[in-house]
Design a protein around this ligand. Structure first.
Ligand SMILES: *Cc1c(COP(=O)(O)O)cnc(C)c1O
Length: 465
């Protein structure tokens, strides 16, 4: 399988090169030349596969420059860190299926992609005799999944900036109690935006970036999207086994559009009609639900909510869908992204019919999040985290009689104990991974939000080839 950029500047590169490139060099995003089709017979033959076996079947169709046995090993290793034997179990609550994606080491769905990406990076760096220094800023939630993805790995150091005392104690400890030599936590005296701005500036210095083999681990990497395609196929196999209906709907709490785009790829891979509709759920940062409901893709200002991983306005994976919407024309994609960069909006209202064939959408308010957590707990004695609650709210809104609905559960409720307490009056049960966490030994550097000090720190601790 060859990969190309949505802006046309890269035409034919193999999978491993696409992974190491991350963002395409022309500023676009990388996509596979074709989306492989899975026939119904092949799909039925996968019925009894384990999660890892299924992951191999799905992912290998997009990868032809890693030997099968190596790919199997990478996949097995990545999902052996999950605490549930089924990796992503389905739980039935009334007329909804909850797909629990939070059984990885940091209890967030990002583990599914980042456990794989960490192992894949390690493997590719060894092959190329190269090293990588990952640099990122986190507002609390995604830093730990990135750290757990690469902790203890050969040839990789990771530097994660978080705003000092502005992340929750659990979030802080999830990052700083990882004591592997290749993990560098930096608490900056400043805000998340200060951290983000420093990281962007450092990446903007191309010479520095190249000299120190700096890389990002953000959600635009194709390997992350690919790893997420697997659980859509998994859900289809498990639900269609029990229910005769072949069509399924999915509800996805959405921020950067990565997870739901994986669903879009699955929809196009599987036999026509297997996945009927993808329900896009946002919080009050609603650019994407406005896009689906009116074709208006225009930036608003970011507001803080109880679902911080979805407090996003400019969705980094959106360009991938835009390319398909614009009839797979790279010139038009590049032009529209240029317009978006200059004006902060694109008018896609003339594509309404197509958009609505792929998606439905709903923006959910803070009160509705609390209400949904409370109602769901009352009805099913099942505790939702605020992100998942947004998906469930949208799922109930768009549920169609006779079509099974799968709600993606993207975080364990214990990660967002405050919101849960507001809703049901008590904290969720502490999962094994969090017991004793706050007392565990921690390591963290405290620094001013000053680019020069951060750059010097990187120079002193970066890994060299
Ligand atoms: C990242 C994240 C999301 C949003 O996923 P995208 O791929 O960015 O759309 C939703 N919920 C949780 C808990 C997350 O961490």
């Amino acid at each position: 399988m060859q990969y190309f950029s949505t802006r046309g500047g890269i035409a034919h590169i193999p999978f491993t090169k696409a992974v190491l490139m991350g963002l395409a060099e022309d500023g676009g995003l990388l996509l596979p030349r074709t989306i492989p089709r899975i026939g119904s017979e092949t799909l039925s033959s996968w019925q009894n596969l384990s999660y890892s076996e299924l992951a191999f079947e799905v992912m290998s169709r997009f990868i032809d420059d890693i030997p099968d046995s190596d790919l199997r090993n990478l996949i097995n290793k990545s999902y052996s860190t999950f605490s549930h034997p089924e990796v992503t179990p389905l739980v039935h609550c009334g007329n909804l299926h909850i797909l629990e994606l939070f059984h990885g080491p940091t209890l967030a769905f990002k583990d599914i992609a980042l456990q794989f990406l960490g192992n894949l990076f390690e493997y590719l760096l060894a092959k190329n005799d190269a090293v990588l220094n990952i640099l990122g800023a986190t507002s609390g939630d995604t830093g730990s999944a990135a750290i757990y993805g690469v902790r203890g790995k050969d040839r990789i150091n990771i530097f994660i900036l978080h705003p000092h005392q502005r992340v929750s104690p659990v979030q802080e400890k999830q990052m700083t109690t990882v004591l592997d030599d290749n993990v560098f936590n930096i608490a900056i005296r400043g805000s998340f935006d200060d951290g983000q701005a420093i990281v962007k500036k450092i990446f903007g210095d191309v010479e520095f970036k190249n000299n120190y083999a700096l890389g990002a681990i953000n959600s635009i990497n194709w390997a992350r999207v690919l790893a997420q395609v697997v659980y859509y196929v998994w859900s289809c196999l498990h639900i269609c086994k029990h229910e005769k209906d072949t069509a399924l709907d999915f509800a996805i709490p959405t921020g950067n559009f990565g997870d739901i785009f994986a669903g879009y790829i699955a929809k196009r891979m599987l036999p026509e009609g297997t996945i009927r509709r993808l329900v896009l759920a946002t919080n009050s940062n609603d650019i994407l639900s406005r896009f689906v409901n009116s074709g208006d893709y225009s930036l608003g200002t970011v507001t803080q909510t109880s679902s911080p991983s979805m407090d996003i306005q400019s969705a980094s994976n959106f360009e991938r869908y835009l390319y398909y919407l614009l009839d797979s024309e790279t010139d038009r994609t590049r032009d529209q992204m240029q317009i978006f960069a200059e004006t902060g909006k694109i008018d896609l209202s003339s594509y309404q019919d197509q958009i609505r064939r792929d998606f439905s959408a709903l923006a959910v308010t803070e009160e509705q999040v609390i209400e949904t957590i409370r109602d769901f707990h009352k009805e099913f004695n099942y505790v939702l985290d605020p992100h998942t609650a947004i998906g469930v709210r949208a799922a109930r809104h768009h549920k169609k009689q006779g079509v099974p609905m799968v709600c993606l559960a993207t975080a364990h409720p214990a990660k967002f104990g405050d919101a849960v307490r507001d809703a049901i009056g008590s904290e969720p049960e502490t999962p094994a991974a969090f017991i004793g966490l706050l007392e565990r030994e921690a390591r963290c550097e405290h620094m001013d939000a000053d680019i020069n000090s951060i750059r010097d720190y990187l120079k002193a601790h970066a890994r060299h080839g």
